[in-house]
Design a protein around this ligand. Structure first.
Ligand code: PMV
Length: 347
């Protein structure tokens, strides 16, 4: 096999953002639309990438140079932002799956000759990278899965998760890996940092309403902002993390039972804690309050905060009113399906 198409879903954090970075559990759901990668094996020892959604076209580099850039930074500023995740994913796949001797040897006569291997990747996304659905992590998972098939390594899902998480950590510094887990395993997950716990929930349904604030959030900045607050008020912030962890466990039980009234109440409580952490925003709050006033069971921001999306859960007969209310305050309703399949081979 020389060419494969793999797709992976985006994600939305349901409960537990920020506290998950400090060891408390969170709940995340995989959302459609999907990120797709066509990955091809070539024999020219070059890495090539086209990722039009993030303005990368005709990017080329020798395989031996992967991950190398400006020597003044660990990864190199010369790697375009949109290429980093895929490039480092390819580098990590080969360095973890083949010895340096294997990587250097050519003409072993085997079906896959790593020494000659070049990789051509083309990514495309069904969702805008602006929404904060985790397109970089989904692309990372697609590429690792594709390489695992093309080279005959057939990694397990947990191995795909571990390698993808290593890649994200290398680029981002601090991250729980919840987005990588959603892209890999799909569905709705109870998750603890680094994949210490990844538990698939069996849900009756999850009719989420999603509103985009129009503002791009910067996760690293917000995580650092919370860290600063925790340094100044360690006891207060630690107690907030504990409370969030506690409500995540309650939300897990309510979701499995389909008790949306309780899920909604817990969303509102979680939002309160996120406001205390200082990661909410006027725009997100006006969308959240509009959704609640229009009859939602509950609403909260989703992800790092500061921008990106809010989520709401509403009774069937209130869904249209809630969407309209979000629109009326300047939010953009994004039609998604939650709880969808994880990484898969499409062709
Ligand atoms: O901004 P997002 O959607 O990637 O969410 C970040 C969630 C955090 O808990 C703040 C960070 C993390 O890695 O879990």
């Amino acid at each position: 096999m020389k060419k494969i198409t793999v797709s992976a879903p985006g994600k939305l954090m349901l409960f537990g953002e920020h506290a998950v970075v400090y060891g408390r559990p969170c709940l995340v759901t995989a959302v459609g639309q999907r990120m797709r990668a066509i990955v091809e094996l070539t024999e020219d020892s070059m890495f090539q990438l086209d990722a039009p959604d993030v303005s990368v076209s005709g990017y080329r580099k020798p395989m031996s140079e992967l991950g190398k850039g400006d020597p003044s930074t660990s990864l190199g500023t010369s790697i375009p932002k949109g290429a980093k995740f895929v490039e480092v994913a390819v580098k990590n796949f080969f360095s973890s799956q083949f010895t340096s001797k294997e990587r250097a040897s050519v003409g072993t006569g085997s079906t896959f000759e790593v020494g000659k291997a070049g990789i051509k990747v083309t990514t495309s996304s069904e969702f805008s990278s602006e929404f904060g659905f985790g397109s970089s992590s989904a692309a990372t998972v697609c590429v690792i899965k594709a390489l695992s098939e093309l080279t005959g390594k057939k990694l397990s899902k947990k191995n795909v998760f571990d390698l993808s998480y290593k890649t994200v950590l290398e680029i981002q510094g601090q991250a729980s890996g919840f987005d990588v887990a959603a892209a890999t395993f799909g569905g709705t997950l109870y998750f603890v940092i680094g994949g210490k716990v990844i538990k698939q929930l069996n849900l009756p349904s999850l009719p989420l309403i999603v509103g985009y604030s129009g503002i791009k959030a910067d996760t690293v900045t917000l995580v650092n902002q919370v860290k600063k607050k925790a340094n100044k008020y360690p006891k207060v912030i630690d107690d907030i993390y504990d409370s969030i962890g506690y409500l995540v466990n309650q939300a897990k039980n309510a979701l499995v039972k389909g008790d949306f009234q309780t899920v909604g109440e817990l969303m509102n409580l979680n939002q309160g804690y996120l406001e205390s952490l200082g990661v909410s925003s006027d725009k997100l709050e006006s969308m959240i309050h509009a959704a609640r006033e229009a009859g939602a069971y509950g609403a909260k921001l989703s992800g790092a905060g500061g921008g990106d999306c809010m989520i709401a859960l509403a009774p069937n007969n209130k869904v249209e009113a809630v969407k309209k209310a979000i629109n009326n305050v300047g939010g953009q309703v994004v039609d998604i399906k939650a709880h969808i399949e994880g990484v898969r081979i499409d062709g």
